[in-house]
Design a protein around this ligand. Structure first.
Ligand code: NIG
Ligand code: FE
Length: 407
């Protein structure tokens, strides 16, 4: 039993709806608060002095400077298992070169596939842990990680095994996702439909057998997989027992609709989503995940986050950290920038990187500070929680707690 506090403000994020817009008046703030934890879970968040009286024998984690506390963040979409570097893609793109010219000069997703195939499983583990630590220092304690740079049985399993090995070496929660359907690899002989069947027949059964992932993702796009074949693939993956998530509407509209139709947990990207599909998505329980890091990396529009919320949808924000389209990997910076362009309230942004993101990962045990939830929370040395987004990511957390323990 441990009491952490006193905190000038605790932003609990309690009692907020899963769906739709949020105004800042709806935020529950506990002033001079304490967080009382037991066995890694939150027992009570309340006035610090009151908790001290109520639980006189608890261990005290005394906070001596002025700090605020809030739930730890969740990054629900990353590709941080990879080899190599694509700085040349970035430079070429900004020098005006086309997608095709970049691919022809050895860049693009295929270049990351080659570098990832060349890396050993242990190399990949090291790279994952390095990036996990960067995310942890930003207050992110739950991190989704996709495969998708292996693109054959052996190499996809290598990536997923590396994520599993990394999990054994970090206190952060890593959520693996099988993205073998990222691209049809150049060395696969057959159609894209053949490749999707190969994933269903050869890769997913092994993923299941070794318990390497319970989620399946696909990139539906003109340059990757087409709508109809993707839908068939996703329904079959679902039959195998996998949860679904989709790279949807990044450049071409239409695939967020498929995500909703197959009951996906989330539809991610949405830079090109058209009005009627926003409505369709907002009326579902599929989380709309905006990836501002990809918009910033590619110079593409932002996802229509404001409209999604106004129409009653569930909005989450994630980094999409990957070597190509989104190399930054800074969630708070990206969420703050999205907020200024899309006019998102502080409550909407905080919800999007905590409990709404956790919902997309089927982890409803975290993301708010209330009784029974996982005691993952972070503190900032500042006198007002508004300063977090105001500084657009340059204010860093002071302390990070996982299961009630400072890491
Ligand atoms: O989410 N859109 C497809 N996949 C990634 C990009 C991966 C890469 O460029 O390596 C994304 O943006
Ligand atoms: Fe992505």
């Amino acid at each position: 039993m441990k009491l952490s506090g006193p905190f000038k403000q605790i932003v609990t994020l309690n009692n907020l709806p899963l769906k739709g817009k949020l105004n800042d008046e709806s935020l529950q703030i506990v002033y001079n608060g304490g967080i009382f934890t037991k066995n890694g879970k939150i027992l009570e968040v309340n006035d610090y002095d009151l908790l001290k009286q109520k639980f006189p024998n608890s261990e005290i984690d005394l906070i001596e400077s002025e700090q605020i506390a809030l739930p730890a963040f969740v990054d629900a979409h990353t590709h941080i298992c990879f080899g190599g570097n694509r700085a040349n893609d970035f430079a070429m793109r900004n020098a005006g070169k086309s997608y095709l010219e970049i691919a022809e000069s050895g860049g693009g997703i295929w270049s990351s596939v080659q570098h990832t195939r060349q890396a050993s499983e242990d190399n990949l583990v090291d790279g994952i842990l390095e990036r996990v630590n960067i995310l942890l220092n930003q207050g992110i304690t739950t991190i989704e990680i996709k495969s998708g740079y292996g693109l054959n049985v052996e190499e996809e399993l290598k990536m997923l095994r590396a994520i599993k090995k990394a999990q054994a070496k970090t206190k952060a929660t890593l959520v693996p996702t099988c993205l073998s359907a990222h691209l049809k690899p150049r060395d696969f002989e057959g159609s894209s439909e053949d490749y999707l069947n190969y994933i269903l027949d050869e890769i997913l059964p092994k993923v299941k057998e070794e318990n390497l992932a319970s989620r399946v993702d696909i990139f539906i796009e003109k340059s990757a997989f087409q709508p109809e074949e993707s839908k068939t693939f996703l329904l079959k993956a679902k039959e195998l027992g996998f949860q679904i998530t989709v790279h949807a509407d990044q450049f071409t509209a239409g695939s967020s609709r498929i995500a909703v139709e197959v009951g996906a947990k989330s539809a991610d990207h949405l830079e090109a989503t058209i009005d009627e599909d926003i409505e369709f998505l907002a009326n579902s329980n599929t989380v709309a995940i905006a990836l501002p890091g990809a918009s910033l990396g590619l110079g593409e529009p932002f996802a229509p986050a404001r409209e999604i919320l106004d129409k009653g949808g569930i909005l989450a924000i994630a980094t999409d950290w990957n070597p190509g389209s989104a190399p930054m990997g800074n969630l708070v910076t990206q969420a703050s920038i999205l907020a200024t362009y899309q006019k998102l309230t502080t409550a909407e942004v905080l919800a999007a990187i905590t409990f709404r993101a956790a919902y997309a990962l089927d982890l409803e045990d975290r993301g708010v500070l209330s009784e029974g939830k996982k005691a993952d929370f972070i503190t900032y040395e500042t006198d007002n929680f508004q300063n977090i987004l105001y500084h657009q990511g340059s204010l860093k957390p002071k302390n990070i707690y996982i299961n009630g323990e400072k890491i």
